[in-house]
Design a protein around this ligand. Sequence first.
Ligand code: GLN
Length: 397
Amino acid sequence: MTTNITQAAVKRIQLSLKAEQFTESVIREMTRLAFKHGAVNLSQGYPDFSAPAEIKQAAREAIDADINQYAITWGAKRFRDAIAAKFQRTQGVSLDPEREITVCCGSTEAMISSMLAIINPGDEVVVFEPFYENYGPDAILSGASPKYVKLKPPQWTFDPDGLAAAFSANTKAIILNSPNNPTGKVFDRAELEQIRDLCVRWNVFAITDEIYEHMLYDGAEHISIAAIEGMRDRTITINALSKTYCVTGWRVGWAIAAPEVTASIRKVHDFLTVGAAAPLQEAGARAMEFPASYYEKLARDYAVRRERLLGILTDAGFRCFKPRGAYYIMTDISAFGFPNDFAFAKYLVEEIGVAAVPGSSFFRDPADGKSILRFTFCKKEETLAAAAAKLAKLRKG
Ligand code: GLN
């Protein structure tokens, strides 16, 4: 009796109209499918090799030292100091760690907290397309309307007039991600200056996701848009420990912004999550003091993995777009004759034993990604070798 009443009541309850507008992450779903089918997982971008011994040791020491209660909601002081010191060292931007940094649960939370902190009804955000799939739901959840600007292969350039046309009096922010997921594009100074000119003209924020800042190839240089003249105080810079220190499961990231903006982000962050894991922030502080040689080796090792996966995919019949940064390879799958990216990704994971991400998850209109698959190379040699063996079956048909 009670059960029937409850079920009837549940049926009448309307769920969030916002949540109804987006689906679960296809990237995370592909990882689940990889596990289900025992496939080699080249879909979700997380390393399958070890984190540096020093960062793991620092985390153990922090737990042993009983740093096991809440950190200050916007981040442990030592960690914020280390973030500020590294930003100064690498980008030449000086920060006040007391008023300009919010430590969050990963860059994912830093991004949504930042958007919730600045967006009002009617606001628009400019987003380059293809885009990292989180930005779509982030826009919906925060109430912003996205305006998409295409990055055109093979170099993933944008049309400056098209970009200018996306800005208006309603624009609140542009979302940047450089080095870029999924394309591997690294925005250069001239491009960042074009974006700066529009941000200044329309009084707009840049929210920039720089999580792949140290994964750079072929001489590409990472420039934070906050370091471009005129942008320091209108930029929200998002980053995390996840990719740089191989600890995606720790969920420690941050948002850097001018004091008034940070005050708003901190309030949102506080009521969403209270704070990120305290001992892991201490370990992060230690990691951010690693010498330059750590980052140089990281980039060198990823360059080797990039070459390896480019070779594997090319041999298997994919047409590859060579990335200049981050750790993904976009491929054209037209030659395989499948009706779309989903059908091919399903075949790959179920029959061939390799998981990749269907291109449509990076576009507003699925048709734009229907001949694309994204592979990641943040994997150890054994994993890439296993993928090579499986993909060789594709050739034999
Ligand atoms: N950025 C990673 C990717 O694109 C995944 C991040 C995540 O799943 N939170 O694969």
